[in-house]
Ligand binder design. Structure first.
Ligand code: DGL
Length: 272
């Protein structure tokens, strides 16, 4: 089984790519919604929470675990590998390297949580791949919370609120010359339509200005997961089972997740 972990529903942006690429693999998705958002917590706290979650996934029989959360990966990946050496972990990191290869203006905007920006892992990435660039760090207060209740924005008034919330953080990046936006939090791909709208609005107001490309590392993470999975598991037949668990409200998770994924996601709750 493949375990997929995030603080909330954001990791489903990775889960859907994993399931698309490895359709015969059974999965368990675990959301630690009792402790969301991770992005405002200390790295020590996030590490402890992530270790506990991974321990539970291993007990349930997961042979490969995807940490579908940039914040948890930044805080805990080394500790996870040391604590559970028999389990391969696939982690996430802001896609600074692909962004460095892509940018033409030399300005890259990274959208991620404050905890991710504080981590040594992030600093290492920027010094390795982004030292010749201007890398603008943009924490996006309110975005994770918005995705956690995205169906509530389905009506007209909610959509306008969301447009404002997203535009407030995207437009300043474009105004500073960013032509590449890195989604460094797994919740953010679910805001892609609003991010694209913000780019379109800015371009319409600045004819002739550069456009911007959005980089989501989820497909690359799914490809890496497939590689690790195939090394360890002979291919299976039949339709695999997918379980969804949360430390928060199962009903709330199921409602939001099914809206985000467009398929039923019956969930169960647990206490870690
Ligand atoms: N989805 C998580 C990430 O990729 C962060 C969400 C949170 O702040 O809990 O960083």
């Amino acid at each position: 089984m493949i375990g997929v972990f995030d603080s909330g529903v954001g990791g489903l942006s990775v889960w859907r790519e994993v399931v698309r690429l490895i359709p015969d693999a059974p999965t368990i998705y675990l959301a630690d919604q009792a402790h969301i958002p991770y992005g405002g917590r200390s790295l020590d706290e996030v590490r402890a929470l992530t270790l506990r979650a991974a321990g539970w996934l291993i007990e349930r029989g997961c042979g490969v675990i995807v940490i579908a959360c940039n914040t948890a990966s930044a805080a805990a990946l080394e500790a996870l590998r040391m604590t559970f050496p028999a389990t391969p972990f696939v982690g996430m990191e802001p896609a600074i390297k692909p962004a460095a290869l892509h940018t033409r203006t030399g300005v890259v905007g990274v959208l991620a949580t404050p905890a991710t920006f504080r981590s040594a892992r992030y600093a290492g990435l920027v010094s390795r791949w982004g030292s010749h660039l201007r890398v603008i760090e943009q924490p996006c207060p309110g975005w994770v919370e918005a995705v956690e209740r995205l169906p509530a924005y389905a009506n007209g008034a909610g959509d306008a609120d969301l447009r404002r919330l997203v535009g407030d953080y995207v437009e300043p990046l474009l105004a500073q010359g960013a032509d590449t936006l890195v989604l460094g939090c797994t919740h953010f791909p679910f805001l892609r339509p609003w991010i694209e709208q913000a780019i379109g609005t800015w371009q319409a107001a600045h004819p002739g200005a550069h456009s911007a490309t959005i980089i989501d590392p989820a497909p690359a993470v799914a490809r890496r997961t497939r590689q690790v999975w195939l090394e360890r598991t002979p291919s299976a037949n039949g339709t695999p089972a997918h379980e969804f668990w949360t430390t928060g409200s199962a009903g709330q998770f199921a409602q939001v997740a099914s809206a985000l994924l467009g398929c039923p996601t019956p969930a169960r709750s647990l206490t870690l």
